[in-house]
Design a protein around this ligand. Sequence first.
Ligand code: ADP
Ligand code: MG
Length: 322
Amino acid sequence: MSQTLGEFDLIRRYFERPVRRAALGVGDDCALLALSPGMQLAVSTDMLVEGRHFLTTVPPRRLGHKALAVNLSDLAACGARPLAFTLALSLPRADETFVAGLAEGLFALAEAHDIELVGGDTTAGPLNLCITVMGEVPAGQALLRSGARTGDELWVSGQLGDARLALEVFRGRLAMDAAAMEQVRTAMEQPQPRVQLGMALRGVASAAIDLSDGLIGDLGHILQRSGVGAQVELARLPHSAVLAAQPPALREECLLAGGDDYELLFCAPAGRHDAVLEAGRLSGVPVQCIGHITARPGLCVVDAAGQAVPLQRLQAFDHFKS
Ligand code: ADP
Ligand code: MG
């Protein structure tokens, strides 16, 4: 391991790769990208700060994966096809083992989605990764938070709550066997952005968001932007056997306010039920109808007996309140 690797050597060694699609990648003052005709550019930025978004226990490879995954999840929620990304990196020191692992996780996911790193910035400082992703979507076809209509069905992809369970274990509030821990830890550290599903939902879903801060909070954004309410059936929320084995109060909290799920939450007219199932099948991701949109504002979660579940104790994550 070298202690003397400079900024530009580090960039060249770990982040400069030949580009195939972009007209110009890493190495000049700007990257250059060409957009296909009729497409809009979809852009999103997400920052991961040590101690806030990830724990020091995360292996660098998984951190690289997650930093890109949470950004791709935003493109997925808009139904955009990912094209390229930039990486702004603040590192306490030029630790090559760390940077090599980070780059490995980052590029493995980038290759899986056929996208390329086209630029960034590298500086010394507290560990912080900020990625900006760019994607394209046919003009006017992006999925928005504002499109939910009364009577729409409400859907979610994958399973909810495992990432939150892992956090509880890391916080020392919960214990589980090694196999269960590996499962929930993988959910937390290596979320799979639902990019294919997002694209398959264009023209089918009326509104969408990705779940980063917990179901209640993120659904709240759709409801607010769309000017509607929703009813959610607790018993329909998809979850793992590991979560099913937890006490009901914890299970509820993980499902409704867990955070870090990176699944898609979306609405679609009831008449498009089969089209949603087909989008799930085509993209290889399970989708589950969990409720419906109501004209009456506000969110009502009901249990298996049809009784309203009190939501006051379940707060969505907020960086300035939590
Ligand atoms: P400038 O000073 O002109 O902003 P920099 O010296 O910051 O340029 O970066 C040099 C080149 O390396 C640029 O093309 C920039 O996009 C790229 N770059 C810097 N850091 C990273 C990184 N972490 N990942 C990818 N590209 C990077
Ligand atoms: Mg720079």
